[in-house]
Design a protein around this ligand. Structure first.
Ligand code: BGC
Length: 423
């Protein structure tokens, strides 16, 4: 276990929060993802033994992973109705901030037709956060699109960006009361890669050229959104939530591995942030991965086999430290850790993961890196995209039969640490 946490390292106004995304928790969304789920649930259930059979927890998840229902977001965890109770839960965990997405498909279900009730819902949502002294971190795009926009080609076409801009304009006019922080896009690199490079996610268009186009257009969309929002409310702090990996050479003294690592860092971590360098007030950092690369016949990811989380991802929580140092050196902008967490149904790694992360933050803070907040992924167990319901990322477990929330032991420990640090 790491040494005692130094509470003095953290600034008084540090944001301690949890992150969520609309589609993963709200329930009853109708967007390009929910349409895709219906069309692909059977296929995903059939491929589970082949793709997941090697996981140490396979026997625990087998039934769920082989059931097509696992791949349907459906009622979600009914956060759309239970948000007040969920905010109370966040307070109970001593959090003072909360990241959420507003769901475009609810606000503009048909092109140009705005749903006032949905706007009122999110206005109340923000007011209820404020009423509990939870700083709202409003996220605009977390991978879901209204069906009409997806059918027009989504971010594939530059000419479609005007629809996103209209949406941002509407947000600027209607939803910024009480909001100081806005994240325009969640992980544009992941969205563009899974949808257009590996082709695993909707629209499953495996096409490197399209990938490049979408990625490029997302950078443009962010820049436009930045100026629109700033125009409306100059005091806003605006950024993206970037999925950054701690990318390292497998053989530290090998020139070729060094070259491969340099390329991966540029491609995965820096390209997008470089394009929006002037249009961000903080850097949002989602951290899950440390990856070791070697350049043999091609570029290969070659990670240690242990320890791994339930999804089979290699875990090196302290890898967030070199990343924070690099982000700070590159951009000299405040860093908000907008996501960080672990799929861990038995709650055996989560406490260790959070503890290592707190120590890493403390170290970086003491060296002058400006970190303004930490948001755990996630408050609740939720719908993990193409993997569905079986991965458990929540500080609180959710029983989807009766929707009961149960705080995990690691979360109680985390709450206690926050109380100690904030005293
Ligand atoms: C995404 C979340 C996702 C989490 C765990 C992040 O990349 O923003 O939506 O659930 O990782 O995979």
């Amino acid at each position: 276990m790491p040494e005692e946490i130094d509470k003095n390292a953290f600034p008084r106004n540090f944001l301690w929060g949890a992150s969520t995304a609309a589609h993963q928790v709200e329930g009853n969304n109708h967007n390009q993802w929910s349409v895709w789920e219906e069309a692909n649930a059977e296929r995903l259930a059939k491929s589970a033994p082949r793709l997941l059979g090697h996981l140490p927890i396979w026997k625990d998840i087998k039934d769920e992973a082989c059931d097509p229902q696992n791949y349907i977001s459906g009622k979600g965890v009914d956060h759309y109705n239970r948000f007040r109770k969920d905010f109370d839960l966040a307070r109970q965990l001593n959090l003072n901030a909360f990241r959420f997405t507003i769901e475009w498909s609810r606000l503009e279900p048909m092109k140009g037709q705005w749903d006032q009730e949905a706007f009122d819902h999110y206005k109340t949502y923000i007011a209820e956060l404020r009423a509990r002294d939870l700083e709202p971190i409003l996220n605009i795009f977390h991978w879901t699109l209204p069906v009409w926009f997806a059918q027009m080609g989504g971010f594939e076409k530059r000419s479609n960006l005007k629809y996103f801009e209209n949406f941002v304009h509407k947000i600027a006019k209607e939803l910024l009361d009480g909001v100081h922080y806005v994240i325009t896009l969640n992980e544009p690199n992941v969205y563009a890669s899974f949808s257009y490079l590996t082709g695993e996610w909707p629209p499953q268009n495996r096409n490197p050229l399209m990938f490049a186009k979408v990625y490029y257009n997302l950078a443009k969309a962010h820049r436009k959104a930045y100026y629109l929002l700033k125009h409306e409310k100059p005091s806003l702090m605006i950024g993206v939530a970037a999925q950054l990996a701690n990318i390292q050479a497998k053989r530290p003294h090998s020139m070729v591995d060094g070259l491969g690592t340099w390329w991966m860092r540029y491609f995965w971590n820096w390209w997008f942030l470089g394009r929006i360098r002037k249009e961000q007030d903080f850097v949002g950092l989602n951290y899950y991965f440390t990856d070791y690369y070697s350049l043999m016949l091609g570029l290969e990811r070659d990670n240690p086999k242990m320890p791994i989380n339930d999804l089979g991802w290699y875990m090196e929580p302290e890898g967030i430290y070199p990343l924070m140092v690099r982000v700070w050196a590159h951009y000299k902008k405040p860093i908000m850790i907008t996501e960080n967490g672990v799929a861990d149904m038995h709650d055996q790694y989560r406490r260790w993961w959070i503890e290592e992360t707190i120590v890493a933050m403390e170290r970086a803070l003491s060296e002058g890196v400006n970190i303004i907040g930490y948001f755990h992924w996630s408050l609740l167990d939720n719908f993990e995209w193409a993997s569905g319901w079986w991965p458990h990322f929540g500080l609180a477990a959710v029983n989807r039969q009766n929707m009961k929330r149960t705080v995990r032991p690691s979360a109680k420990w985390f709450a206690h640490q926050i109380a100690k640090i904030s005293k």
